[in-house]
Design a protein around this ligand. Structure first.
Ligand SMILES: [Fe+2]
Length: 400
């Protein structure tokens, strides 16, 4: 084996540390994805920084350097490592992050035993819900990483997380009419269930009469859209969407590939033929919006979605229309503050409020979402070009 010269090592190191160009990011990976150890350390950091620090007497951070590595986006909590380079941080490794986790868990146990601070329960509940959000992000990121492997590795063989086992029972397509009127949406302050600050306050919205599809858009419908030139017809697309289709050469949903003339989808259960009856997944908002236009319909607004959605069924209960537990559903609504929205005080005010621009709301939940997050008021959000979330769509149209 030939040893690398010092200058070659230095060049390689500098190349890895340099900011990625747009082309590099497209070809190599996605800068939004994070490694598994990062998710585990970051959710631990959240408890350490936002719950333990200053509350448990004598608590000292496990390692002061971790605040730089595992702060995600909190400006009020100091400088942090750039997100696109998280994948380059291989130390601390799995064992050290496990030690970190156990240490913070132990300190959290001590703090809870003290039963001193009435505000503690709310903070712990937020920390747990934050961690549950990361459990889904973790699966999104693992899937994204595995998708670069031409062997199509299987992460979860039963296919229940994402794959054939997560498919919906075939539902008859149809429309359900709603008369419209003044509707209430959002979470009431008196509601004792947990909700994120962006779901508050409950308020009124005016909705015109509308009709909503009683099933999610399926793989079969998506194949029809593709056959009809859906990805080649600019009249179907928003200007930004069309520019994205062209620059990234989108021809199908993310993770789809053709094998022996048949479309397949890469899932956490490996590569499988596209199921024409199951919900289509891994769409950007741009694609969902273009499809709806092609179908002579549109995406529902948040108010329409929340009005039309069935109450989430208990675990194992029937949800034949697929409102929850299969794919997130893009809406026509921008992620904006509700009338009367007040972000939380301090660093937690950065949790949602500062992202309320250039993002679209998704409603429902996916097969990878923690079941406790399946509620009619939950507001997920991503930029309109994002495709690595478990996202599909449900159609809506004006009352006929
Ligand atoms: Fe986070």
């Amino acid at each position: 084996m030939t040893a690398l010269r010092y200058d070659e090592v230095r060049e390689t190191t500098e190349a890895l540390a340099a900011p990625l160009s747009a082309e590099d990011q497209t070809v190599q990976s996605m800068p939004d994805a994070s490694p598994t150890t990062w998710h585990r350390a970051h959710t631990t950091w959240f408890f350490e920084t936002l719950v333990l620090n200053g509350r448990l007497p004598g608590y000292e951070p496990f390692d002061p350097a971790y605040a730089y590595l595992f702060n995600s986006y909190y400006e009020t909590l100091g400088a942090r490592h750039p997100r696109p380079h998280r994948g380059l941080v291989t130390r601390p490794g799995v064992a050290e992050v496990g030690d970190y986790r156990r240490s913070v868990d132990k300190a959290m146990g001590e703090l809870l035993e003290r039963r001193e601070d009435p505000a503690l329960c709310g903070l712990v509940e937020l920390g747990l819900n934050h961690e549950q959000q990361h459990q889904e992000l973790l699966l999104m990121d693992i899937k994204h990483l595995l998708s670069f492997n031409p062997l199509h590795p299987v992460y979860s063989p039963d296919g229940l997380l994402d794959g054939p086992g997560a498919a919906l029972a075939p539902a008859a397509g149809g429309w359900r009419a709603h008369p419209g009127g003044v509707v209430a949406m959002g979470v009431d302050n008196a509601d004792e269930r947990f909700a994120f600050d962006s779901e508050y306050p409950r308020h009124q919205a005016l909705v015109e009469g509308f009709e909503v599809a009683t099933r999610l858009v399926t793989g079969g419908q998506w194949l029809d859209f593709m056959s009809d030139g859906g990805y080649r017809r600019p009249e179907l697309w928003m200007s930004d969407g069309w520019a994205t289709v062209q620059s990234l050469d989108w021809q199908a949903p993310m993770y789809w590939e053709q094998l022996d003339g048949r479309w397949h989808s890469f899932t956490l259960a490996g590569l499988h033929p596209v199921d024409p009856l199951d919900a289509v997944c891994h769409l950007s908002w741009y694609e969902a919006d273009a499809f709806a236009r092609w179908a002579g319909a549109r995406l529902p607004t948040e108010a329409e979605w929340e009005t039309a959605a069935a109450e989430p069924p208990e675990a194992g209960g029937a949800d034949p229309e697929g409102w929850f537990g299969r794919v997130w559903q893009w809406t026509a609504s921008a992620y904006s503050p509700y009338p009367g929205f007040r972000p939380s005080a301090g660093a937690l005010g950065e949790y949602n409020g500062k992202f309320m621009v250039n993002q679209q709301v998704l409603r429902g939940s996916s097969s990878a979402t923690s079941s406790g997050h399946a509620r009619r008021t939950y507001r997920n959000f991503f930029p309109p070009s994002a495709r690595w979330a478990f996202a599909g769509l449900r159609l809506c149209r004006d009352a006929s």
